[in-house]
Design a protein around this ligand. Sequence first.
Ligand SMILES: [Zn+2]
Ligand SMILES: [Zn+2]
Length: 140
Amino acid sequence: MPNDAVLKAHGIKPSLTRMMIFEYLKTAQKHPNVDEIYQALQSRIPTLSKTTVYNTLHLFTEKSIARAVMLKDQENRYDLAAHPHAHFQCLHCNEVFDVAMMPDFDLNQLMPNHEIQDVSVLISGVCETCKAKEAAQKSS
Ligand SMILES: [Zn+2]
Ligand SMILES: [Zn+2]
């Protein structure tokens, strides 16, 4: 589905800024925060402000098109909402990785009489790259 159709389907008027922020979330695989989105798009949208980015992300999360990913440092990063997944945050380099959740696992079984609307799982630790760096430092 083209971006403007996705936005319209969620009741969002597809302005150029909204389309570009949506496109950025779609292509950036790194859970950007408000600052990163602003930095990446300001040269292409000269009228862009951080408030606009923030308000757009707020609208996207409200309309369930994107989700805020809550990290240990309380900083919000953003992700498209299409596929629910867990996150792994590396406590050394702060990189955030997607963790696929078992697709057949039915969360409703855990809370049979409740209605689950959103799931967020944050796993934290040390990523593969940081572990390898530490190991290399120790052995030298
Ligand atoms: Zn790391
Ligand atoms: Zn993610």
